[in-house]
Design a protein around this ligand. Structure first.
Ligand SMILES: [Zn+2]
Length: 251
């Protein structure tokens, strides 16, 4: 399924191993992939091209592998694979269940510099309920030119910067506790924000998660500076929570 710029090759039977000029030229062009193209080691296929840019293309993609969501509403498990007759989680029969292909938003970057911090975070293999980490992969859909990919939820959860204010205090305190735990986890892994605010927080139901890891930075190697940075992060979190609970900036 992967489209490659090979259609103009001659039909001569001689095996010509020298690289062809047209491929080199095509590699320099950052074009969006066509609908139906497979990506992520054939995990996703392009369902739609949402936008094309000079350094970033955005696709609507679906997972190539279908899943069978459990019909038992109290269970709600969706990741039953093909061939599974009963729900893996609760044992409910999966007869007559219509398969789904999970959807995502896929961001395609031309330059590594746009994703370098996210790549670093991905390499660390972090996992925490208070972090909304995007799967990241690298691929060469055309020739040898590498492209960098991020898989985002579709739709994206709402950002804290977009919620109506003020929010209920009890709810904000709950968000704050979750975010503080996730922030401590990041600090343990030597990562911090320079200035974390409402745009770095995603909200889904009662869950609050840090997002936007491209603006995260390694903590300073100097111990005292690192301690100061951590304290600043905590102060920014407190300020943001206060803002969500009152609608007022404390500055
Ligand atoms: Zn189930």
């Amino acid at each position: 399924m992967m489209t490659r710029p090979s259609s103009r090759q001659s039909t001569s039977v001689t095996k010509d191993s020298s690289p062809t000029v047209p491929i080199m030229a095509l590699e320099d062009i950052f074009r969006a992939l066509p609908e139906g193209a497979l990506l992520g080691s054939e995990t996703y296929y392009v369902a739609s091209v949402r936008s094309e840019g000079a350094s970033c293309n955005i696709y609507g993609v679906e997972e190539a592998r279908p899943m069978f969501p459990c019909p038992n509403l109290e269970c709600g498990y969706i990741e039953n694979p093909v061939g599974q007759r009963d729900c893996t989680s609760c044992g409910t029969s999966l007869n007559d269940v219509v398969p789904i292909h999970r959807r995502h938003q896929l961001l395609e970057y031309r330059d590594y510099s746009d994703v370098s911090m996210i790549a670093h975070v991905a390499e660390l293999g972090l996992s925490h309920p208070g972090l909304l980490l995007y799967p990241y992969f690298v691929e060469q859909p055309y020739g040898k030119k590498v492209r960098y990919y991020l898989v985002l939820p579709d739709p994206m959860p709402m950002l804290a910067s977009n919620v109506t204010l003020p929010q209920k205090t009890a709810r904000v305190l709950d968000w704050g506790a979750q975010l503080a735990e996730a922030m401590a986890y990041l600090h343990v892994h030597n990562l911090g924000w320079q200035k974390a605010g409402a745009t770095h927080i995603a909200l889904r139901d009662r869950q609050a998660m840090w997002v936007d890891f491209n603006t995260i930075q390694p903590l300073p190697s100097d111990m005292a500076e690192a301690v100061q940075q951590k304290a600043q992060d905590v102060a920014h979190l407190t300020e943001t929570m206060l803002y969500l609970a009152t609608g007022k900036n404390t500055y």
